[in-house]
Design a protein around this ligand. Structure first.
Ligand SMILES: Cc1cc2nc3c(=O)[nH]c(=O)nc-3n(C[C@H](O)[C@H](O)[C@H](O)COP(=O)(O)OP(=O)(O)OC[C@H]3O[C@@H](n4cnc5c(N)ncnc54)[C@H](O)[C@@H]3O)c2cc1C
Length: 438
């Protein structure tokens, strides 16, 4: 029987705090995922009195639902970034992607966080021959910016990493790794609590109001049953930002669902025979499929965009299963133990952002790449709140945008689903054509 909750939640401890939150603090952070906890840790270590509030049980959001793939990289290529922001910003965007991976890897290592961290490498597999050409071209540009531990893998070498003949080669990222996301979140939570942060679940923030128009006057953070007065506020709600919390942010961050399955235990030998490299794999196809061995090495976990709009995990299961079997036909009779979903937060620029709107800070917009970036940007948000006049990250220069007729309810995502289904068909057609040519 398939369970429709994250595999990562099985047998893991659940933090609870039954105390009443204090009525005041220096800083209130809304959202207790990687961003909120990492920001809270840095602020608390700098002597600030910090409260973190989450509307659900602690660890409800994407931070415990993700694929656990720890890496750098953005949805936009160097050329796209150069065209939009200019050469200098494009270079910094790439450097900070690398910096985020180094930051989060160090955070885990230095604090000995028990989260099954492995530097297993990541392979980005080419769905079309042209993808291989484009990746190789982009890689040369990235290497010209700064040292980048990545190389192209030719089609004949792919079998060292994966036993399928679906792909036309790939790009390998040596420094990328994997974690058990829920354990990583719990480790970060324990660090924050130890540093003095007060964390409360089941406390939805309903409203944040400025006490007076005067700069630095402070805020009232209103929850369903109390009001906390504070000097600064950080919104760390990413894909779970809803219009009732912030009309401004919900018009600028799209909640795009991602769906994940894990197989039942198929044994280490079987997993090794399919994924001999033990890497995390992501594809270049538009549907964006990603998979990896689970930390025990006995199951395969696969995620994909079963739909752009919110459907239930039950509805998504057949699509995910079909994708798994397409890649590994020998898993056709294998049962799926878990299937779940969660929301990623997409900015319209497809880049993360740190900003301050009317005195309220926000760090979000990771576009599905937040395991390394969210703890990093949370830390950067904390540095910004400590030194508001200093520029701390290039993601202050990737402004949040909105679109006409978008008021925070993504009415167009079902249309986008149909559009991307069209793209999928086109991807298959292009592929068939290229196979004929080869
Ligand atoms: C299925 C899935 C797979 C993914 N796989 C990967 C991956 O393999 N690698 C990778 O790099 N990234 C991945 N991601 C993305 C990554 O998980 C996120 O970018 C990251 O966890 C974001 O962290 P966060 O702290 O900003 O947000 P979240 O962890 O989503 O936390 C936001 C929190 O805000 C709370 N909240 C919302 N509104 C309120 C309110 N009004 N009051 C109080 N609290 C509120 C929510 O309850 C939630 O707990 C994946 C995401 C999903 C959903």
């Amino acid at each position: 029987m398939t369970k429709f909750t994250p595999f990562w939640w099985d047998g893991q401890p659940q933090f609870e705090n039954t105390d009443e939150p204090p009525l005041s603090a220096d800083i209130v952070i809304v959202g207790a995922g990687y961003t909120g906890l990492s920001a809270a840790l840095t602020l608390s270590k700098s002597g600030k009195n910090v409260i973190v509030l989450d509307s659900e049980m602690i660890g409800f959001g994407a931070s415990t639902r993700n694929g656990g793939m720890l890496g750098s990289g953005h949805k936009v290529s160097t050329d796209q970034a150069k065209k939009k922001y200019g050469e200098m910003i494009a270079e910094e965007i790439h450097k900070e992607a690398n910096a985020s991976l180094a930051f989060t890897s160090n955070l885990i290592i230095e604090n000995k966080l028990d989260c099954e961290f492995q530097v297993c490498g990541r392979l980005r597999a080419s769905w079309l021959p042209q993808d291989q050409v484009n990746m190789s071209d982009n890689l040369k540009k990235l290497k010209a910016i700064e040292h980048f531990n990545s190389n192209m893998i030719s089609p004949d070498m792919m079998s060292n990493s994966i036993k399928t003949d679906l792909y036309f080669g790939g790009q390998f990222y040596q420094d990328h790794g994997s974690v058990h996301p829920r354990k990583f979140h719990y480790g970060l939570l324990k660090l924050a609590l130890k540093a003095g942060v007060k964390v409360f679940g089941n406390r939805p923030v309903i409203k944040v109001t400025q006490l007076s128009k005067l700069k630095q006057s402070g805020f009232d953070v209103v929850t369903s049953n109390s009001t906390i007065q504070c000097k600064q506020v950080l919104m760390a709600t990413n894909g779970y930002t809803r219009p009732n919390l912030s009309k401004y942010l919900s018009r600028r961050v799209l909640p795009v669902p991602s769906f994940v399955i894990t197989t039942v235990d198929i044994g280490k030998d079987k997993v090794k025979s399919l994924l001999p490299g033990g890497h995390c794999i992501v594809e270049t196809r538009k549907r964006y499929c990603y998979y990896r061995p689970t930390p025990c090495g006995k199951r395969i976990m696969l995620g994909t965009r079963a739909a752009m709009h919110s459907i239930s995990a039950e509805e998504a299961l057949p699509t995910l299963r079909k994708m798994l079997i397409e890649i590994f036909p020998s898993l056709a009779d294998v049962e799926i133990s878990h299937c779940w979903t969660g929301f990623t937060g997409f900015s319209f620029s497809q880049l993360p952002n740190l900003s301050n709107n009317k005195g309220i800070y926000s760090a979000l917009g990771y576009c599905g790449n937040g395991v390394a970036m969210a703890p990093y940007l949370g830390h950067m948000a904390a540095l910004k709140m400590l030194n508001p006049d200093q520029k701390v990250t290039i993601f202050e220069q990737t402004p949040l945008q909105t679109r006409p007729y978008y008021f925070g309810k993504p009415w167009f995502l079902p249309i986008a689903s149909a559009y991307f289904r069209g793209f999928d068909i086109l991807d298959y057609y292009r592929r068939k054509k290229s196979i004929k040519k080869v």
